[in-house]
Design a protein around this ligand. Structure first.
Ligand code: GDP
Length: 289
């Protein structure tokens, strides 16, 4: 599902996240490990001001491991807690509680100092753009431990908490933030990884971005996948070579560029070119807004 973001939607989303912030101790910001910058909404820094935050680099199974490690080092240098996870298989999830406890130690120590012998569980919420894996993560952590708060008349919206062991409780509905794709490159990265629907951007433009990226960053994999003796300089020639080899043809043997674009994107998303990361920390374009 892709949400079309209009100013009204954005304001509502922001309000919903802000409301829920009052209920929790810590925020888990879910991003896509393949595009950690482009899959976050920079507004989150304004929205989440007074709660500690952990960045969860999700879908790490689909990302280039060496670059994921670079990202983890980057966050560490910036003093931001970050963990690489795979919400689908559950990899890395046990670190979440450990890191949360460290970040909230002072707060809970203060509670104990006030005489609270058994402080309550840590309360957390997940925020992120659509398709980043929020529901998958919640389901994975839940193990059916959904603690129903029940309907309370008069309460506008009863929040439900999911118990994750004894020490952590998660709001059952995540905070949804809008992707920020005013920047063309951000849009292409979101589309290439499948975070936004293919109807939003021109598919051929997205494939042009993806093929240029592969040519620059993973040339060997591109050559290997499509049996290319060399990578043509002109992008149209590259489309021709791939289309020809894969039988993406219109009548008369003309290359079908739409079909070629679709094929390339499908193969990238299906990890047929191996695991890929589309942006590195400290890249000039990454920092550009
Ligand atoms: P939400 O919109 O943020 O709630 O995203 P979903 O939880 O619906 O996930 C979007 C898609 O990403 C689904 O097809 C999930 O199966 C997939 N997904 C989520 N987490 C992971 C992960 O860690 N690894 C992989 N490979 N896929 C994931």
């Amino acid at each position: 599902m892709t949400i079309q973001w209009f100013p009204g939607h954005m304001a509502k989303a922001r309000r919903q996240v802000t409301e829920k912030l009052k209920l929790i101790d810590i925020v888990y910001e879910l991003v896509d490990a393949r595009i950690p910058q482009s899959s976050r909404n920079p507004m989150i820094d304004e929205i989440v001001t007074n709660k500690p935050r952990v960045v969860l680099l999700n879908k790490a199974d689909k990302a280039d491991k060496a670059i994921t490690n670079e990202w983890l080092r980057y966050y560490e240098e910036k003093g931001i807690a970050a963990i690489a996870i795979d919400a689908q298989s559950g990899k890395g999830l046990n670190q979440i509680l450990t890191v949360s406890k460290e970040l909230l130690k002072e707060k809970f120590d203060r509670m104990r100092a006030k005489g609270i012998k058994n402080p309550r569980a840590i309360r957390a919420m997940i925020v992120g753009i659509p398709n980043v894996g929020k529901s998958t993560l919640i389901n994975r952590l839940a193990h059916k431990n959904i603690a129903k708060t029940g309907d309370r008349p008069g309460v506008t919206q009863a929040q439900q908490w999911i118990k994750v062991g004894k020490e952590l409780e998660l709001l059952d509905t995540p905070g949804i933030l809008w992707p920020k794709f005013e920047d063309e490159l951000v849009g292409y990265k979101l589309a290439t990884t499948g975070a936004i629907k293919d109807t939003i951007l021109n598919l051929q433009d997205v494939a042009v971005y993806a093929l240029r990226f592969l040519t620059a960053s993973y040339p060997n994999r591109l050559q290997e996948r499509y049996d290319l003796p060399h990578i043509p300089e002109e992008i149209v020639d590259l489309f021709d070579e791939i289309g020809k080899r894969r039988g993406c043809l219109l009548s008369g043997g003309i290359i079908d560029y739409d079909k070629t674009a679709e094929l390339v994107l499908r193969e990238i998303r299906g990890d047929r070119l191996g695991v890929l990361t589309f942006e590195k920390p400290y890249e000039e374009k990454v920092e550009a807004e």
